[in-house]
Design a binder for this molecule. Structure first.
Ligand code: HEC
Length: 161
């Protein structure tokens, strides 16, 4: 009887835990890194990763501005974020894969669009905020797209042109 209750309890626990278990099983351990490596020096890597961490601060400010419905603050944050390529050291810029550069250009365009549209829609209520949210999501697709595709590899070899 006691044993029967224990098995029933275990069965219930197992059933209750099913969604979590299947989620864990579905995201199989990713051991292979298939991203394209871009050779950089340690200093170049430090520089770009600093820029990247600034992007997270930028996203924080953008979200905060959305919560306050302060489109001026949103635009003031979004505009300068876009010029990533201008802040990359020239030595590295000329070695970047063409697609990386294209993605950075499109990322900038998405940020400039977000800034100008948000300002134009200021005070236009719920619908305007929803559209601005969509523009933010568009910017994020470039963050993810680039991260899914590239990684930096610190190389001691003299970088190829
Ligand atoms: C054009 C390419 C590109 C874009 C756009 C981009 N990133 Fe990155 N980011 C990278 C690469 C490459 C790395 C390094 C990944 C690696 O080597 O594992 C990186 C690393 C990072 C890191 C890790 C920083 C650290 O100290 O390790 C953060 C955080 C980050 N990015 C945030 C963002 C955010 C937020 C956005 C969008 C607002 C963004 N990035 C847009 C290419 C990009």
């Amino acid at each position: 009887m006691a044993r029967g209750l224990i098995s029933l309890a275990l069965l219930l626990v197992a059933t209750a835990a099913t969604p979590a278990i299947s989620l864990a099983q579905s995201s199989s351990f990713v051991s292979a890194d298939r991203r394209i490596a871009i050779d950089v020096t340690q200093a170049e890597k430090n520089h770009i990763l600093f820029e990247m961490r600034e992007f997270l601060h930028g996203l924080h400010n953008i979200n905060y501005a959305m919560a306050k419905q302060d489109m001026k603050a949103l635009a003031t944050t979004a505009r300068p974020m876009g010029a990533l390529l201008d802040r990359i050291p020239p030595s590295l810029k000329e070695r970047l894969p063409e697609e990386f550069t294209q993605m950075a250009i499109a990322f900038n365009e998405a940020l400039q669009l977000l800034a100008s549209k948000a300002e134009a829609r200021a005070g236009s209520g719920e619908a305007g905020l929803r559209e601005t949210h969509e523009n933010i999501a568009e910017v994020l697709t470039y963050c993810s797209g680039c991260h899914d595709t590239y990684r930096f590899n610190v190389s001691t070899k003299k970088p190829r042109k």
